[in-house]
Design a protein around this ligand. Structure first.
Ligand code: PHE
Length: 445
């Protein structure tokens, strides 16, 4: 297998697992259930699946293709395909978005670490009390950032790939076990109905924006993470198959997480609209009720923390690859400085869960907390906007004809037949739908 100074994945499964590791994380198990709950259930799930198929997969292929073709970080990759002074700004936007998402994502990841110990200790304090303690919040957040930095310093094949290989399949199995249990609970069927029986009259513009944003967030799209991961793939790989495998694994884990959460939620009579605290309120209840639940719960939160880690690693990797490739910094220096900056910008998120009232309910943002605002601006809007620009960049500026040459490498003649369909989706369907959703937000429609 080709080995360069930048490092490379050691095999195709290595890449698929690492990219799935980036995609699968809190987005699937924390964000997807809570957003589904807030958006009214099954109809949202249907729109979400449509977004993954029609927009997520074409953009994912575009990012991987651009990354492999240039073997560079997002800024360098864009510079390599256009002389324009403006398009590289999309790469910078990705670098900033990566750091910004990491700054609050690591806070939530810190909660999963806290929940490992809370489960062991059978802690009786509430979620709300747990996250309102500033020392615990900052401690767990800092710990998680340090873990992330440690893995990223190790470089791609030693650090990221080795972890993902063993742990993602384990997460899948434990979810299956939890579903089997959740479905036996009294009243579980109401949850299944909420989750799987769509009432399409509930769909509004904001539902579609939430679904699109969730698709980008969950697939790690719109900020160059997949350009960066694509830059480490060898030319022998079939990018279309890789993209489809990653999207399938990611979507499957999210759908399964919902099948654990909603039956249990309705069974114990909690509100589906409670927001970001949803899974942290309901999962411990499941482990309480389940025979052997303490062990299962500890194991589950360990796996969730690791799934989050393989995602934070990809978030940190984007700014780091930028500084290493473009600014010629050493990997260690880049990791140290970016981690420090992310820690500082993450502090208000860490303190926004009850410890500092001014950050916990920000009036000019509908009373959301600081973390929720960061998630909306960077985890939804910025990714969606970045996805729009990347679709136009690869579809029209670089051009799907050039991209198709790269895509054809390692793909074999059977896949060539799929390229026109991909090209059509990327050039027409993706930009039109994304633009319509974003314009709707500004109230122009
Ligand atoms: N996809 C990750 C998750 O679902 C989060 C993420 C978003 C990672 C954007 C990288 C880039 O948890």
């Amino acid at each position: 297998m080709e080995q360069t100074a930048r490092g490379a994945w050691t095999s195709r499964t290595g890449f698929i697992l690492a990219a799935s590791g980036s995609a699968i994380g809190l987005g699937n198990i924390w964000r997807f259930p809570y957003v589904t709950g807030m958006q009214g259930g099954a109809a949202f799930v249907a729109v979400y699946l449509g977004c993954v198929l029609a927009i997520g997969i074409p953009v994912l292929i575009a990012e991987l293709t651009l990354g492999r073709h240039t073997a560079l970080n997002p800024v360098g990759a864009i510079r390599a395909i256009t002389k324009s002074r403006y398009w590289p700004l999309v790469g910078y936007l990705g670098v900033i978005t990566g750091a910004a998402i990491l700054s609050y994502y690591a806070v939530i990841a810190g909660w999963t670490v806290g929940y490992i110990f809370r489960t062991i200790a059978h802690s009786s304090s509430t979620f709300g009390a747990f996250v309102a303690d500033p020392a615990i919040e900052i401690g767990n957040f800092a710990l998680f950032l340090l873990l992330t930095a440690g893995v990223v310093i190790g470089g791609v094949e030693r650090g990221i790939e080795r972890w993902s290989k063993i742990l993602m399949p384990m997460l899948f199995l434990i979810l299956l076990g939890l579903i089997a249990f959740a479905l036996t609970l009294d009243g579980a069927s109401k949850g299944v109905e909420f989750y799987l029986k769509p009432d399409f009259s509930k769909i509004t513009g904001s539902t579609v924006l939430a679904a699109l944003g969730q698709a980008f967030f969950s697939l790690s799209l719109g900020m160059g993470a997949m350009i960066t991961y694509g830059s480490y793939i060898s030319k022998q790989e079939n990018l279309a198959i890789s993209a489809a495998s990653v999207a399938l694994a990611d979507t499957l884990i999210a759908v399964l997480a919902g099948l654990v959460v909603f039956p249990a939620l309705f069974s114990v009579g909690q509100e589906p609209t409670q927001g970001p605290s949803l899974v942290f309120n309901i999962l411990p209840r499941i482990f309480e009720m389940m025979p052997g639940g303490t062990i299962v719960g500890v194991f589950f939160f360990i796996l969730l923390a690791i799934a989050a880690l393989t995602s934070t690693v990809s978030l940190l990797e984007v700014p780091v690859a930028f500084l290493v490739d473009q600014k010629k910094w050493s990997r260690k220096k880049a990791v140290a400085i970016v981690t420090l900056i992310v820690f500082v910008i993450g502090l208000p998120s860490a303190l926004s869960q009850g410890s500092v009232p001014a950050l916990s309910s920000i009036e000019w943002f509908g009373g959301r907390d600081f973390l929720g605002i960061m998630d909306f601006i960077f985890g939804n809007l910025s990714l969606t906007f970045g996805g729009l620009l990347l679709a136009i960049l690869v579809g029209w500026v670089w051009g799907t004809r050039n991209a198709a040459e790269e895509l054809a490498l390692g793909a074999g003649p059977r896949f060539a037949a799929l390229i026109p369909g991909w090209s059509f989706m990327l050039r027409f369907v993706c930009p039109l739908i994304i633009a319509a959703v974003l314009l709707n937000l500004t109230g122009i429609f």
